[in-house]
Design a protein around this ligand. Structure first.
Ligand code: ZN
Ligand code: ZN
Length: 578
């Protein structure tokens, strides 16, 4: 530490006399990079599961037991690291380092808040589940199977104490989370009794090792069953409310979203946005009415009129057998459009590999991006497209209406080009591990939502009114997610009112709306990220347009914005407005 203090001291006295970047400041910057690397290495000792998930495999054999002692060590680590971090002066760091500094600080404060205020270890029983990571270790081929199995064997030694600690931690579990925990842990048993057992038997381990492991599997399953049994029989006449409440919500919003706005300001903005969208959608519906309905009178209730138009346009969709091919064939068209309109540079040396969704992901989503982690930036990026050929006719039809001709294109923009995939290619050029690991989901989702609108503004879809109407409908989902999350967790919205919002005002089908209700009961804040990020990016663009007048260039705005990596929009804003 001595060297650091000397450097600090020198840079303070030299800062005012030298105009060029002083030598000490360069040293200071190198010192800070060294610090962040050491910090991350140490961080993984306290969060080994997270490390495995992002591709750092030194701690794969460690299953931390969630005891009071473990939490005490995590708290001590966070406090120590905060005080080390605060030895660095923000003003002497480079722009990229400033953002890293903020991200580390935010993460450490979040840990302290979780341990001392949120205390979800007392009321969220679904956080205790050992099967997810084991399933991940079995499905990712980062090391020979035998090596991964030995890591798993080491982890299994701690499973009995892990669930024992879980029982001791739980004080007043939330009812929906108790049910979720039973469901997820029950599902997890199959990972042990099927996937893991099969892998052990198929491996090249010795008979002795195999038998030892099978014995551990048996003990692990017993522990999981014990936990399920405890949760099932638990008598808890006054369970904790699943609603987070304003105080915790505001703080969580601060840590997870990292916006210049408060949660309430974003909620108010979403309400206005919803009204704007309804107005625009009704105008389009009126213009298109005779084209689709001839002389039939338009319903007086504007929401009903819009719904009829959306339902009619949704009949324009592909078939189950052409579904995957259609998605794949749209990608080159998107690249061509972006080039023709000069919207941003697309690096074609890093093609997106379209593949059928792997079996272990089946049914999770329609299309998703599998990106290489921060420790393997050169790996392939896959666009997983679901296969719906084996679905029942009724289920497939309902799905295809939802992901109709128009929405399918918007989905490709959002997930792939120039949405998530393009953003990721830019982010990977940024060397900062901190930005990959503590990436800001609000910026990432906000960018994807922003590009949907940006493509349409630039004439994608030939400015067809149908395309705009369907995008507004899609965009309403984002806006209503925000309204829903805040209303439920802070304002006490009932299930009935939530269903009304989603079905009548956001034009969703009952199944989709109900699924969203379930999601909002077991999560909080994350549903705010899409709209908050979108709003902040749009506002930044407008501010820069006003500032630079006729010199504003959309292409450089996009490239410049993405060059900062996965950082909160508020910090990118600070740098871009300098
Ligand atoms: Zn149909
Ligand atoms: Zn997304």
């Amino acid at each position: 530490m001595n060297k650091l203090f000397t450097v600090l001291f020198l840079s303070i006295i030299t800062a005012c006399v030298q105009r060029e970047k002083p030598q000490n400041e360069i040293e200071m910057n190198l010192e800070f990079d060294k610090y962040t690397n050491t910090f991350i290495e140490q961080f993984w000792n306290y969060y080994p599961d997270w490390a495995t998930n992002v591709g750092y495999h030194q701690n794969d054999s460690v299953l931390l037991v969630p005891t009071e002692t473990t939490r005490g060590l995590q708290e001590q680590f966070a406090k120590e690291q905060l005080s080390i971090l605060h030895n660095y002066q923000l003003t002497t760091l480079t722009d990229a380092q400033k953002i890293d500094y903020h991200l580390i600080e935010n993460q450490l404060n979040r840990i302290l808040w979780q341990l001392n205020e949120e205390k979800s270890f007392q009321w969220e029983p679904s956080q205790y589940n050992v099967s997810g990571l084991i399933a991940f270790m079995l499905s990712e081929n980062y090391a020979p199977l035998e090596k991964r199995l030995r890591y798993i064997q080491a982890r299994m030694q701690n499973i009995p104490s892990y669930y024992k600690a879980a029982l001791e931690n739980l004080l007043n579990p939330v009812e929906v989370l108790r049910i979720l925990a039973i469901k997820q842990n029950t599902g997890g048993i199959a990972v042990f009794e099927e996937d893991l057992k099969d892998s052990i038997l198929a491996s090249g381990l010795s008979e002795l090792e195999k038998n030892e492991m099978l014995q551990s599997v048996k003990l692990s399953v017993e522990s999981i069953r014990g936990y399920i049994d405890f949760l099932t029989k638990l008598s808890n006449p006054t369970p904790r409310d699943f609603r987070l409440g304003k105080e915790l919500y505001d703080k969580k919003f601060g840590f997870d979203i990292q916006s210049i706005y408060t949660a309430e300001q974003v909620y108010d903005s979403a309400q206005l946005r919803k009204e704007f969208l309804h107005n625009e959608m009704y105008k389009i519906t009126q213009k298109l009415w005779t084209k689709y309905f001839g002389n039939q009178p338009i319903p007086e209730n504007y929401l009903l009129a819009i719904r009829r138009m959306i339902d009619t346009l949704s009949l324009n969709h592909v078939t189950p057998s052409t579904y995957q091919q259609t998605i794949a064939s749209q990608l080159p068209d998107l690249v061509d459009f972006i080039k023709k309109k000069n919207l941003l540079f697309i690096d074609e040396t890093k093609p997106l590999v379209v593949r059928k969704e792997p079996a272990y992901m089946a049914g999770v989503s329609i299309a998703s991006i599998s990106a290489p982690g921060p420790y393997d930036k050169t790996g392939n990026t896959y666009y997983n497209v679901g296969n719906i050929e084996n679905w029942t006719a009724e289920r497939a039809e309902s799905h295809l209406r939802e992901y109709n001709h128009y929405i399918l294109q918007i989905l490709n923009i959002h997930e792939a080009i120039p949405g998530h995939y393009t953003q990721l290619v830019y982010a990977n050029q940024n060397p900062s591990l901190v930005k990959s690991i503590f990436s800001n989901g609000t910026m990432i989702e906000g960018w994807a939502v922003y590009t949907e609108q940006m493509m349409l503004e630039n004439g994608y879809g030939n400015n067809e009114l149908e395309m705009w109407l369907m995008w507004y409908k899609w965009h309403l989902r984002t806006v209503c997610n925000t309204i829903l999350d805040y209303s439920v967790h802070v304002k006490g919205m009932t299930e009935q009112d939530a269903m009304h919002l989603l079905m009548n005002e956001a034009f969703q089908q009952e199944a989709e709306a109900h699924g969203k209700w379930v999601r909002v009961c077991v999560t909080s804040v994350q549903l705010m990220s899409y709209y908050t990020g979108y709003k902040e990016i749009c506002e930044l663009r407008e501010t820069l347009k006003r500032k630079n007048d006729q010199h504003f260039d959309l292409k450089s705005f996009h490239e410049n914005f993405l060059s900062y990596g996965n950082a909160p929009v508020k910090y990118i804003r600070e740098m871009m407005l300098k």
